[in-house]
Design a protein around this ligand. Structure first.
Ligand SMILES: [Zn+2]
Ligand SMILES: [Zn+2]
Length: 419
């Protein structure tokens, strides 16, 4: 019997994890530089957190959650996204009583029961950030701009920002009505999901991906004519801030995002070269969400980015050898006495902060050299009976091929100097 990882999941093996570590380190470094602290919430939550926080009319809650009863008969859900847990934690830990804004980021796995395809998994990873406590558009601009810094540092180019406003509870009602009027004559031709959305959440009609709906639906009026003065000026100020940073964006009035909690700003990043799933992240403002969780009325805005898609884009745009693991020195030993010396020497070098490895299997010279090459060792130190007698190693620079004798007592110092 041979087992495989469940459908929609993948192992990240040591050959692959270098690129992931590079990505995670870049996220952490960027977030720290921008004043964000990491928050780690549980992998699972009470199901109500997502029903309440994400919304019961969303695809996520309707059909994509991993929900089960635990042994205490509680309904538990593996987190399908990061914002609802962070806001649950914000309220639970009374963060509103601390200096605002609360600026938090997270990195970790999320779970959605979806049809797996290129760049889409059932266990996938996101990094995201949330700013809670800022009503004005400076927070929106910061959460839009910061992942762009991450993408740039990763070498992911040609990221297009799509931007929209979906208004607030004050002005959205009129727009919902306008949408219903546009869709009413073609209601019978809409896909089954959209027939349900027509009553419950007509905004979602705008981003239906089905061919059927794309073909039969007339172009809806953009929301901008319906925004209240506050929403309109929020959007205008956000655009000025993005312009000031030199960030280019495309106004996309169909961009409503699939989550119920958004108010005003919504945005998405698209990148070419990673196939049909070209959205690499997105987010928006959620001014009513803290209240939904029983907190005071505190505004918030956030973003989440798909890390599998970042990895795809990193591989598409750059030579991925720069993410490979490498060691500084591999100790090639010939004979039992030399092997014992290599073992001690490896630990001595490691104690000096030098990455070092040695032959554990007792292979011949050629096989050890091949293995050192596979490890991308910068140097090979050869120890045979001769070298043991002289108390030295033959140190070979793998890039240049040059070789010199180095006394064992000076090996660590020399390798540190060569760095
Ligand atoms: Zn409004
Ligand atoms: Zn549809």
């Amino acid at each position: 019997m041979e087992y495989s990882a469940p459908r929609g999941t993948q192992d990240i093996t040591p050959d692959e994890s270098g690129i992931w570590q590079y990505l995670e380190a870049t996220v952490r470094e960027t977030m720290a530089r921008c004043g964000y602290g990491e928050i780690r919430t549980p992998i699972f939550e009470h199901t109500e957190v997502f029903e309440r926080g994400v919304g019961t009319t969303t695809d996520i809650v309707e059909k994509e959650m991993y929900t089960f009863r635990d042994r205490g008969d509680r309904s538990i859900t593996l987190r399908p996204e990061g914002t609802a847990p962070v806001i649950r934690a914000y309220v639970e830990h009374r963060m509103a009583a601390r200096p605002q804004p609360a600026k938090m980021y997270y990195i970790g796995p999320m779970f959605r029961y979806e049809r797996p395809q290129a760049g889409r998994f059932r266990q996938f990873h996101q990094f995201g950030m949330e700013v809670v406590g800022v009503p004005g558009p400076a927070a929106d601009a910061e959460v839009i701009a910061t992942p762009l810094e991450v993408f740039r540092a990763l070498g992911i180019r040609d990221v297009v920002v799509n931007l929209n406003s979906i208004g607030c509870p004050v002005c959205r009602g009129a727009y919902r009505e306008a949408l219903r009027q546009v869709y009413q004559p073609v209601l019978a031709e809409l896909c089954p999901s959209c027939q349900g959305r027509y009553d419950r959440n007509p905004l979602r009609l705008l981003d239906c991906k089905s061919e059927q709906c794309r073909a039969s639906v007339p172009e809806p009026p953009p929301i901008f004519g319906y925004l209240c003065p506050e929403c309109a000026s929020h959007f205008a100020e956000l655009r000025l801030l993005l312009d000031g940073l030199g960030i280019e964006y495309v106004i996309n009035s169909r961009l409503v995002r699939g989550l119920d909690y958004y108010t005003r700003t919504t945005f998405e990043y698209n990148v070419g070269g990673i196939g049909s799933q070209d959205a690499i992240g997105g987010g928006g403002r959620y001014d009513g969400l803290v209240e939904q969780f029983g907190g005071q009325s505190v505004p918030g805005v956030g973003v989440a980015c798909g890390m599998e898609r970042c990895v795809l884009a990193m591989k598409a745009e750059a030579d991925d050898s720069r993410f490979a693991r490498g060691i500084t020195v591999y100790l090639v030993s010939l004979g039992d006495a030399a092997r014992a010396k290599a073992f001690e020497l490896a630990f001595d070098l490691r104690a000096h902060g030098i990455s070092a490895d040695f032959d554990m299997i007792g292979r011949g010279l050629k096989a050890q050299m091949r293995y050192a090459d596979k490890l991308s060792a910068r140097y090979v130190a050869i120890i045979g009976d001769d070298e043991l007698e002289r108390g030295a190693v033959a140190l070979k620079d793998m890039a240049s091929g040059s070789q010199q004798d180095v006394p064992i007592a000076q090996l660590a110092t020399q390798l540190l100097n060569n760095r």
